[in-house]
Write a new protein. Structure first.
Length: 461
């Protein structure tokens, strides 16, 4: 690492994992899933008006066919960890058995990573349901949780020895919000809180069943990811904005991990009534089923009260920003990463027996918006905003580690530009630029910076 005497070098702990993350639907362009419309998302992208830029994931990054090229990129970037997700809809056949061709594909991906000394993180549910389960009620039906537990067990058995870190469910609160409240994701609910909270309970059941099923075949650590987001009142002098901030924080950040810790789903007062009482309560076998904290962090939110009847405790996200934002409108707030590590997640960093849980940042990243049809030229390659975002967040991460938080790794989202759900292909998070018309991969400036960080296990300020 070249530096002059005025540079400041922040060295990370020996063995710290530097990595990147992806998910199957966003990068694979899986011919079986897409061709057979096997998932709710492969169906959703065909519905007019559901995707902001009218794009789709039929090809995405063609990772399914190009993974060897992308594994070479991971190695060239000096990364020591990589996160993928498994394509549940493509892996499981109608009779419940696994498709051997798809098992072989994931074995080749994971073996390629392991042969290069790269730690593997594998997510079992990253927003995509098999269409049959989706049509049967999806996560509102506890049978989906049971099916998920069975799926977890059979893939854990077949991939035993190839996975270093398991993740059962990705961002359950983001899923239920987008799927049942905003309606931007399947199944497209509209402020249906009962459906959202029912799905959340079934996610907890599914996590518990998945954890147990994995542990029957693997001694590797198991967790779930949570999208942590600091909430602030838009008007700090407004009691109503403070109320909204409180409830959004309690539900979005704390409801799921608190339930995992206690084994009991309990909604904050004054949420109640017969419907809520039927949803909350003990979930047998859930208590303490988390081996490490897996944290996704991007931004903060300004919360404000919305006058309406009936009263909505959750208000709304203020559209008026106070800090610099990404092209997606997300405020850039690195200090929030430090705060959630040293304060907000502190209750979950220790087990009931007093043992310390390590922490991994499983997603953190910055998006620019560029049309999917762009191909030739140097557009987006000099991504100074992403470089700045990366360095500032890693600086906060360093200080949290120095403050005593046992953070073992950082996975940037994402290795590649990819299909970013309702935003489509236009939202580009990648260290590596993907020109979708040609599928050409080019390293951005941020990739070069991250390459040096990983090589030196340090950041230079």
């Amino acid at each position: 690492m070249n530096s002059d005497k005025n540079d400041k070098i922040l060295k990370f702990p020996e063995g710290f994992l530097w990595g990147a993350a992806t998910s199957h639907f966003q990068v694979e362009g899986h011919p079986k899933e897409i061709g057979g419309s096997l998932s709710d998302w492969s169906q959703w992208t065909k519905v007019e008006g559901k995707i902001f830029d009218k794009s789709h994931a039929d090809d995405a990054c063609q990772f399914y066919h190009r993974f060897e090229e992308d594994l070479s990129l991971i190695k060239d970037l000096n990364l020591s960890a990589f996160r993928i997700s498994l394509n549940w809809p493509a892996l499981v056949k109608e009779d419940g058995s696994l498709d051997e061709g798809e098992v072989d594909y994931y074995k080749r991906v994971l073996t390629g990573l392991k042969e290069n000394g790269i730690k593997t993180f594998v997510t079992l549910f990253h927003f995509c349901l098999p269409e049959k389960l989706s049509m049967g009620g999806g996560w509102q039906n506890e049978e989906t949780a049971v099916s998920f537990g069975k799926f977890s067990g059979i893939v854990a058995k077949r991939l035993e020895g190839l996975v270093d870190y398991w993740l059962t469910i990705n961002e359950p609160l983001a899923y239920v919000y987008q799927g049942f409240i905003s309606g931007h994701w399947p199944p497209g609910g509209d402020r249906d809180y009962v459906a959202a909270f029912t799905a959340l309970r079934n996610f907890l059941v599914g996590h518990s069943l998945s954890y147990d099923a994995i542990k029957e075949h693997s001694n590797k650590p198991v967790s779930y990811t949570l999208h942590w987001r600091p909430f602030f009142p838009k008007n700090r002098f407004s009691p109503l904005d403070h109320m909204v901030r409180h409830y959004r924080d309690q539900i979005f950040n704390h409801l799921f991990p608190r339930a995992v810790e206690s084994g009991i789903l309990k909604f904050p007062w004054p949420m109640g009534g017969d419907v809520i009482k039927r949803i909350e309560g003990e979930i047998k076998g859930l208590k303490g089923k988390c081996d490490y904290l897996a944290i996704n962090y991007y931004t903060r939110e300004l919360s404000r009260f919305k006058p309406a009847w009936p009263l909505d405790l959750f208000g709304e996200n203020s559209p008026e920003n106070e800090l610099a934002v990404s092209d997606m409108g997300w405020e850039i707030y690195p200090e929030g990463l430090y705060d959630l590590l040293v304060r907000q997640t502190l209750p979950y960093q220790t087990t009931a027996s007093g043992a310390k849980r390590p922490v991994v940042i499983t997603e953190n990243g910055f998006a620019n918006m560029y049309p999917p049809e762009l191909s030739e030229g140097d557009w987006s390659l000099k991504d100074e905003q992403r470089v700045n975002y990366l360095i500032r967040h890693l600086e906060q991460l360093y200080h949290a580690i120095r403050g005593g938080v046992d953070v073992r790794g950082y996975l940037y989202w994402s290795l590649l530009d990819n299909f970013e759900w309702a935003e489509g292909l236009s939202a580009r998070f990648g260290l590596v630029r993907v020109s979708y018309p040609t599928q050409e991969r080019l390293l951005r400036a941020s990739a070069r910076v991250y390459q040096e960080i990983a090589r030196n296990n340090a950041i230079q300020l």
